[in-house]
Design a protein around this ligand. Sequence first.
Ligand SMILES: [Zn+2]
Length: 203
Amino acid sequence: MFSYKWSKTAFVAGDRLLDFLNTVDFSGRAGNHNRLTSYSSVVEWSLAAAIIDSAEAQAISLIAANAPFQAKQALIDLVQWRETVYQVFSAVSQKHEPSPEEWRIIEVSIQYAISSASLKRNDIGIAHWVAVSNGLTTIPQRLALGLHELLASDLVAKIKQCEGCTWLFIDTSKNHRRRWCSMATCGNRAKAQRHYQLKAALE
Ligand SMILES: [Zn+2]
């Protein structure tokens, strides 16, 4: 099966959870636009995103290969969760209230992730919830903990949606006027379109 190759162009959001929400192509979200087309693509993305290390990637891939039905269901659940989280952040980026139903879904996913996580202190004594390696639940659990950290941080106020596609990013630009997920893709497409329209108007 075709598997998308994750390069640094897939990690432009400034936050790993938002990068995960951006695992779709530029023209839409559902069906053909989804880049997480198999459980191995989830593992490959998570490895490229440093959500898991290579030993965990190998272990999870083996479990997925031995339990294809569970892996397929885990993929379906994860993509569905991604779309719910996307709807929440899409609303947040437009300064709207997320829908109570979608908010409840993400609340439950965070509660579930924390219920089996460990509270660890880092080098400077700040505590974080850390998910231990636990097969097919490792990646969704780490993503839900990442979602919790993002929602609890002041970066939430800086989340924007690209004007050319559905990708989300944290606008850390000085003047807060970043418009595109990436200049190399949506920024250039918009520039080319403006150029074409100008040319057409002059002819
Ligand atoms: Zn874009």
